[in-house]
Each structure stands twice: as C-alpha cells, then as structure tokens.
Design a protein around this ligand. Structure first.
Ligand SMILES: O=C(O)CCC(=O)C(=O)O
Length: 279
C-alpha cells in the first residue's frame, strides 16, 4: 500500500520511527526489504495458481471489499491448526498463537505507518474528537479507499476469528504506543447517553466484538488488561486476541472494561478491528 503523493511529502515525524523499527526487524531476520522475498512468500501463502500479476494482486486499491470466494484469507495465513486459549468464557475472550505470519505483520505495519497521527477520543461536549491524556498513542485508520486485497484478506481473517464477517467491520486501525503511551480503561461498545451515536447505532447496531493482532514484540509493558476479569494478554508478534463486547441481548457488557497498560520500553504496534451487528 504505497502512500499517496500527498502522504509521502507530509509524513509525520513518527513515520520514520515506525519504518525504522520495521526495517530493523527485517534486517535482523535477514530480509533486506519488504519486497521480492516477501511478495513471493505472500504469493506462496495466497497460493493463487498462477497469480494474475503479483503487483496487481498486492497493490491495487479497491474501494469495496472484493468477493473472497476462495477464502483468500485462509490462504494468506497458511492453513494450519490455530492454537487457541480461552482467557474467559463469559464474556468470551480468546487468544490465538501465531494467527498471522510475520510477513503479514510487516506488510501491515509498513503500509499503515504513513497514516499514523495522534490518537483522539470523542468529546460529547465539543461534539468532535480531540487529543486527551486518557488515550495516548499514534493511530492509523485504514479507510476503505486505501485497502488492497491483502488488507481485505487480513480483515476477513480477523472477522472470522471473532465469529463475524468482514462486512460487519469498521475500518482497521493500527495503534503505535511509544514509551509511556497507554489507553486507560474503556469499553469498545457504544453508549448513546447524549444521542450522538443514535443514527450510527440505528444503522449498524452495536459493536459486538473486537479483534486485535500484535504486530511486534520489541517492547516491554503494554499488556492488554481486563481489570474486572483479572485477566491480561501479552502475546507475541502474529498473535490475535478476540473478545465480545455485548451481552446476549446486545446491551454493552461492562465486564469487558479493558485498557492498554503503559509501554515501558520500545514501541508496541497493534492492529485493532471493531465488528458491528450489521454490515
Ligand atoms: O492497546 C491495547 O492493548 C488495547 C487496545 C484497545 O483497547 C482498543 O483498541 O480498544
């Protein structure tokens, strides 16, 4: 997903930071760049026979999710038995080891890095989002307009791990936490005390589930913690965590309160995906 010309010329300062980290990891793994070898591995993982054209497969931007009749996502992630661990039965919280290959983590991190900007939270008083110490990190949101086939496949895979369809998803977000960054305790389900979310809720329903992928592991601190359930998730690169946000009657489940603990050293990079009741 190459940046647009405007993004390339206006890269925020932390763009370099994330790219450096991705390049360093690739160098340590003796992979010079995200290029031919990665693309070849992606092609092998996709096992399209024969692929129409590798670059046409990876980089076209598709405004709408293409049909995935042959389960592109399963191929992307090499068929394998996923080892899962249930952290909580109710609400359902599951982690899966090695759910995404490292090349996919790198592809996503490198692709989203140019879009990183400071995270914001919604301020009902102002009627808009603003930066707040409650949520301190960088966020890159990937709207449909920047999605290529691989990113759709990742979305599809994440949705299915969470028991939903990618069409129910909101845009993917990549979160990058620097030392000291955190996301204090919050719920992912929407509340509508002030009526601001009512149109959105009427249209798409509640945020029923969340899926997270750890894109790296070169950091300390930063666990994802559910204080009311006394459970936490560290995970390593490629691991996924899914959890439900709602009760059976689709009201928000307050037991799902969770937070991203402060990062101590290094940079934590994570992908987050929220799933709604309706497409
Ligand atoms: O950073 C984390 O560990 C949690 C992220 C999170 O809570 C969210 O995206 O809703």
């Amino acid at each position: 997903m190459p940046p647009t010309e405007a993004q390339a010329t206006q890269s925020p300062p932390y763009f370099g930071e994330v790219c450096k980290l991705v390049r360093y990891r690739l160098w340590r793994a003796k992979k010079p760049t995200i290029s031919r070898e990665h693309l070849t591995r992606l092609r092998a993982n996709l096992s399209l026979k024969p692929p129409p054209s590798l670059s046409a497969l990876l980089f076209p931007i598709t405004k709408h999710a293409p049909p995935l009749p042959e389960s592109l996502a399963d191929r992307l992630c090499q068929p394998q038995e996923l080892v899962g661990e249930t952290l909580s039965d109710s609400p359902a919280i599951k982690c899966r080891k090695n759910a995404f290959p490292e090349v996919v983590c790198d592809y996503l991190a490198a692709g989203a890095a140019p879009l990183l900007k400071p995270a914001e939270i919604f301020d009902p008083g102002l009627g808009r989002t603003r930066q707040d110490p409650y949520r301190q990190s960088l966020v890159a949101t990937l709207p449909d307009g920047v999605m290529d086939l691989v990113l759709w496949a990742i979305k599809d895979r994440m949705a299915r791990l969470a028991g939903a369809s990618y069409a129910q998803g909101e845009p993917l977000s990549m979160l990058a936490y620097r030392p000291g960054d955190h996301y204090k305790s919050h719920y992912d389900y929407l509340s509508d005390d002030d009526g601001i979310a009512s149109d959105d809720l009427a249209q798409r329903g509640q945020r029923i589930a969340t899926a997270l992928i750890r894109l790296n592991q070169e950091f300390t601190g930063g666990d994802t913690v559910f204080p009311r359930l006394e459970t936490r998730w560290s995970g390593v690169r490629g691991d996924a965590l899914t959890f439900t946000n709602t009760l059976p009657d689709l009201r928000g489940d307050p037991r799902t309160l969770h937070k991203g603990e402060p990062v101590e050293t290094g940079m934590k990079i994570l992908v987050s995906f929220w799933l709604r009741e309706h497409a």
